[in-house]
Design a protein. Structure first.
Length: 401
């Protein structure tokens, strides 16, 4: 049996929606993008949402909006995909990495140790779809308000460190009974091909700023900035007699095209109404099976104030080394089951090593990584395939211990 790791969920509704974009004669940013933005707001209750060409772009856009650049620091977890750090680097700021907890997410007690007068933002990451401890994060930044030195008008208005949630994995997750998207100042979702909801490539920036900000005004600014700082998008300019525009910001080209947004327009309602529950059922199947295994460390799923989006099933094997984990993966792969590892901690990657980061300073991140194996989890999986996956994993682990 051959089981891929994360194929996209493409059904007839997606095909019809994409065809309608093609047949409309308009394939770049236009009505489909606007509809996707409306749907994200509808289902997450975020006040405003801007769709962009990737979650990485969304993070950069948020950082630039806050005036973050050279000389500034942004706190991130050591356990995340490289894009979290690269967004900080691309705006000219310095990433400050902290260790994580055993649930994979940023260790809030470590944040307090590294906040300085240079700190302008924190980017917590909801690894595998499990929300971070946002109340604790806000308590820390409010406690440290006296250190905050604004150097931009938006920083003056907010008066504290900005919280940008890297929720690439967590659309559909909840924190204190609210969906991610309405929890932090800015939330960035990914719609990459392997995510719970996809547009092939793309992302969404949910804007949830407190008074005195007007979220609609900030949406208008970010939308303009994501289109090279141009006052009219191409769809508006294409209308008869409406060609004249202006460039009012030194913007970037980060917009999402309609042909990609169409995939998300078809997927998003079905996700919240059906396929998220499919993921939950698979997650629970794995939980029920692996909780009987003494060697298994189960990933977080539900607590009193959190529910996971079930993006990844991040199984860990007790008391094994990195090389032993790799050997187990080889055995699983030879049986036709594609598994993965999420993630290599940033200090293990060459770029960040050269910047002076050392994995020895992030022991929890390394311990999580060295024993982690991500199992397939997507709506198309059948009962027979799930049974094959768990038996294959079990045989590979138990023959290695």
């Amino acid at each position: 049996m051959k089981i891929p790791f994360s194929p996209p969920y493409i059904n007839e509704a997606v095909i019809q929606e994409v065809n309608s974009a093609l047949e409309s004669g308009w394939i770049t940013t236009g009505p489909k993008v606007k509809r996707l933005e409306e749907l994200v707001c509808k289902y997450t209750l975020a006040p405003n949402t801007l769709c962009v060409n990737s979650a990485t772009s969304g993070l950069m856009l948020a950082l630039k909006w806050y005036g973050i650049g050279e000389g500034d620091e942004v706190i991130i977890p050591a356990y995340t995909y490289a894009a979290t750090a690269l967004a900080v680097i691309h705006v000219g700021a310095t990433p400050v990495m902290v260790d994580v907890e055993k649930d994979f997410n940023i260790a809030t007690h470590e944040i307090e140790k590294v906040i300085t007068k240079k700190t302008k933002a924190i980017i917590p990451v909801d690894i595998a779809g499990w929300p971070c401890n946002y109340s604790d994060i806000y308590a820390i930044i409010n406690k440290k308000k006296e250190l905050f030195i604004p150097k931009h008008e938006n920083q003056e208005k907010l008066g504290r460190v900005l919280v940008i949630s890297d929720s690439a994995h967590s659309i559909g997750a909840t924190y204190k009974s609210e969906y991610l998207g309405k929890i932090t100042d800015i939330t960035v979702f990914s719609f990459h091909a392997v995510k719970n909801v996809t547009t092939a490539e793309g992302g969404a920036v949910c804007i949830n700023l407190p008074e005195p900000f007007k979220n609609q005004d900030e949406y208008n600014y970010l939308r303009c900035f994501s289109l090279n700082g141009q006052t009219k998008d191409a769809f508006t300019k294409s209308k008869a007699g409406d060609w004249r525009y202006d460039i009012i910001y030194p913007g970037l080209k980060m917009n999402m095209p309609d042909i990609l947004a169409a995939i998300g327009v078809a997927q998003l309602p079905e996700y919240f109404e059906k396929t998220l529950q499919n993921r939950v059922e698979i997650y629970e199947y794995y939980h029920t099976f692996f909780k009987t295994k003494s060697w298994a460390i189960l990933p977080p799923y539900k607590s009193d104030d959190k529910t996971s989006s079930c993006h990844l099933y991040a199984l860990r094997i007790k008391d094994i080394s990195e090389s032993e984990r790799d050997a187990i993966i080889d055995k699983i792969s030879k049986e036709g089951v594609a598994v993965n590892v999420h993630f290599q901690p940033l200090p293990m990657l060459s770029l960040f090593k050269e910047m002076g980061f050392d994995i020895d300073n992030y022991p929890v991140a390394y311990n999580n990584y060295k024993s982690e194996i991500s199992l397939p989890i997507y709506p198309q999986l059948t009962k027979n395939e799930l049974e094959y996956i768990v038996s294959t994993v079990t045989n590979a682990v138990e023959s290695s211990l």
